[in-house]
Ligand binder design. Structure first.
Ligand SMILES: Nc1nc2c(c(=O)[nH]1)N[C@@H](CN(C=O)c1ccc(C(=O)N[C@@H](CCC(=O)O)C(=O)O)cc1)CN2
Ligand SMILES: NCC(=O)N[C@@H]1O[C@H](COP(=O)([O-])[O-])[C@@H](O)[C@H]1O
Length: 189
């Protein structure tokens, strides 16, 4: 199964996917990293793993649609089966959704529909919930509203700091996302 991974930041989920031996043995091919931020740390992680990188800065385009048309043009010759969002911090428009219908997935660091948006862990922490979690879902035109594929819970401990909770959530992400992608590879092959 040929995938492009989209990321904007650190790239720990990219790493967890790219370094997963079970996924490699099952036939996952990461054929491109797409990044919207030229300075993102994920770019070096991709270079170290010899994953081809496309960096497109949205501000260089007239609008969202033109930006995504440029992304589609980059991916068109690659025969991509799925787009995997891994900390990609841009809203996906109907340009990509129409090109890859039901083929774009995302990981969110909360138990959707609770705590949507870009601060899911912090929002859960400040809400003082005893349990949060991680969600993998399909992308649709809404934000964090797409069909849920899988969820995993993460306990919030009384002595947690935001940093200790973030670390616990990320550790669960790095287990759940590869497991979900493994199931997609099995179905797709
Ligand atoms: N169509 C969809 N696109 C995306 C979804 C989705 O569910 N549907 N999930 C997001 C991930 N996400 C977290 O909830 C998210 C990411 C980014 C934004 C956002 O407002 N981004 C700004 C730009 C921010 C920046 O450049 O710093 C924007 O796009 O204008 C909201 C939610 C991924 N995409
Ligand atoms: N709403 C989407 C969202 O908040 N995504 C989150 O961004 C982080 C990216 O980390 P990474 O760059 O280390 O993979 C991850 O925690 C992911 O769940």
């Amino acid at each position: 199964m040929r995938v492009a991974i989209f990321a904007s930041g650190t790239g720990s989920n990219f790493e967890a996917i790219a370094d997963n031996q079970r996924l490699q043995q099952a036939g996952l091919e990461i054929v491109q990293l797409v990044c919207d931020r030229p300075q993102a740390a994920v770019i070096e992680k991709a270079h170290r793993r010899e994953v081809p990188v496309t960096v497109l800065a949205p501000r260089q385009f007239e609008n969202r649609q033109a930006y995504e048309q440029a992304v589609v043009a980059q991916l068109a010759p690659l025969a991509i089966d799925y787009i995997i969002l891994a900390g990609y911090m841009r809203i996906i428009t109907p340009v990509l959704l129409g090109t890859y219908p039901q083929r774009i997935i995302n990981i969110h660091p909360a138990l959707l529909p609770d705590f949507p948006g870009i601060h899911g862990i912090e929002d859960a922490y400040r809400a003082k919930v005893s349990e949060t979690g991680v969600t993998v879902h399909y992308i649709d035109e809404g934000v964090d509203t797409g069909p849920i594929i899988a969820q995993a819970t993460v306990p919030v401990k009384p002595n947690d700091t935001l940093a200790t909770l973030e670390a616990r959530v990320h550790a669960v992400e790095h287990q759940l996302y590869p497991a979900v992608i493994y199931d997609l590879v099995q179905k797709n092959n």
